[in-house]
Design a protein around this ligand. Sequence first.
Ligand code: 0L1
Ligand code: MG
Length: 207
Amino acid sequence: MTDVAKWAEHLLEAEAERRAVPPITDAEPGITVDEGYEIQDELVRRRVTRGETVVGAKLGLTSRAKQEAMGVDEPVYGVLTDAMLLAAEQPLAIGGLIHPRAEPEIVFILAEDLAGPGVTLHDVLDATAAVCGGLEVIDSRYEDFRFTLPDVVADNTSAARFVLGPRSTVADFDLSLVGCVLEVDGVPWETAAGAAVLGHPAEAVAR
Ligand code: 0L1
Ligand code: MG
């Protein structure tokens, strides 16, 4: 039986001390994805106990490219709190993180809660008040971003910081056709389309 409290505390300490640690599965190879989520739940409970508020959820590993890069075969979800939210013009203090990476995201701002099973892409679009582009800063607590699926789930899917762009309504465009250009110092670095996210970004939310 996995010691959920021990591993949740271990990951929170690694974050607080800005110290990358070996993946949990190095010590406990048999840990399951469900146990990973139990550790994540405990970790989030501890964040809330220390004063943070849950403000949203994040989906990770939703594109085939990212799944292949990480050697996993299913999407994952994590929890976002107000302590992770950066204001649009706020510089990111890199020194507060271990080895941050940035990811462009499509963000859904929901007018009402969704509860499964059986949520469809159209249910998601109906429940959506607005969408916006966002940047997520992930910061795995594991050495060299080396992890298995249960590890990354336990680590709240590497959640660290996020920033939101201006809002639009879903009626304005087809999200599967939305283009994304990630620039570094004004130089285009990567491009993608909304369809890279399971065919349609709302499909990822529905799952
Ligand atoms: O948000 C993401 O897609 C990242 C999920 C966790 C995997 C990673 O740390 O790259
Ligand atoms: Mg992400």
